[in-house]
Ligand binder design. Structure first.
Ligand SMILES: NC(=O)c1ccc[n+]([C@@H]2O[C@H](COP(=O)([O-])OP(=O)(O)OC[C@H]3O[C@@H](n4cnc5c(N)ncnc54)[C@H](OP(=O)(O)O)[C@@H]3O)[C@@H](O)[C@H]2O)c1
Length: 240
């Protein structure tokens, strides 16, 4: 029986590459999305991967969605908490709504995704969790007080879960991507994007597939001793 992997935000961008990589490695993948039906339908048509719609920021919706995935496919043994958003503004202009939306999605959304699945992982004595954090959670970024706070918080979640899950053969690790060529980064004005690329020693944006490869390494059955770690994948832009 192939293991079931849940990839939140798995229908577009980095998440889509992760979903495809895990399917290619033999996992049964469930990919979630927030509301972009067109992208989700196109993704399922292209890959054959089932998609599920719920808002990761809402605990009850997450719990119900996960129950549906488990009824359809079996217990979730691999979680990739990837769904995330930006609502950038310099701090003096950042609104409480911009703060809250990002906290609810990128930080509470990770809790909401893992918490309903955690008891089953503990009982079965197996689990692999990867949270997609960010270079900007490691180093901070202008106009991203909200985003950087969530991505740094995600590292705290992973390290704490690594302690709690270790005896039950559950690992929790994080990946901090640098700038990757997805819709999120392409939405940044071209001038800003060019200045970002100028700061990357590799001289280019990363590819979603480069993050997906790191995920499949971390979730492998024989990766059980890699626990609580953070992999930076940023083209040598920043070293911790
Ligand atoms: N791109 C980068 O350079 C970069 C760098 C570092 C870290 N990251 C992180 O990597 C992750 C993926 O980024 P990306 O660039 O691939 O993003 P993206 O292209 O904007 O795709 C985001 C995905 O997350 C889903 N999503 C957003 N909010 C959601 C919510 N409330 N509930 C459920 N699903 C939700 C979207 O669903 P819909 O399709 O329905 O909108 C979509 O599938 C994020 O956590 C991001 O912070 C990205």
């Amino acid at each position: 029986m192939s293991r079931v992997a849940l990839v939140t935000g798995g229908s577009r961008g980095i998440g889509a590459a992760i979903s495809k990589e895990l399917k290619a490695k033999g996992y049964t993948v469930a990919a979630t999305y927030a509301g972009n039906e067109e992208a989700a339908n196109a993704f399922t048509a292209e890959t054959g991967i089932k998609t599920y719609k719920w808002n990761v920021a809402d605990y009850d919706s997450s719990k119900a969605g996960i129950a549906q995935v488990e009824a359809d496919l079996g217990p979730v043994e691999v979680i990739v908490a990837n769904a995330g958003i930006t609502r950038d503004a310099p701090f003096h202009k950042m609104t409480p709504d911009q703060w809250k939306e990002v906290i609810d999605t990128n930080l509470t959304g990770v809790f909401n995704t893992i918490h309903p699945i955690w008891p089953g992982m503990r009982e079965r004595k197996f689990g692999r969790i990867v949270v997609i954090s960010s270079i900007n959670g490691q180093k901070g970024q202008f106009a991203q007080v909200n985003y950087a706070a969530t991505k740094a918080g995600d590292l705290g979640i992973v390290k704490s879960l690594a302690h709690e899950g270790a005896r039950a053969n559950i690992t929790a690790n994080a990946i901090c991507p640098g700038y990757i060529g997805t819709d999120m980064v392409m939405a940044v004005p071209e001038k800003v994007r060019e200045s970002i690329i100028a700061q990357i020693p590799t001289g280019r944006l990363g590819e979603p597939e480069e993050i997906a490869r790191a995920v499949s390494f971390l979730v492998a059955d024989d990766a059980g001793f890699i626990n609580g770690s953070t992999i930076s994948a940023n083209g040598a832009q920043f070293f911790v």
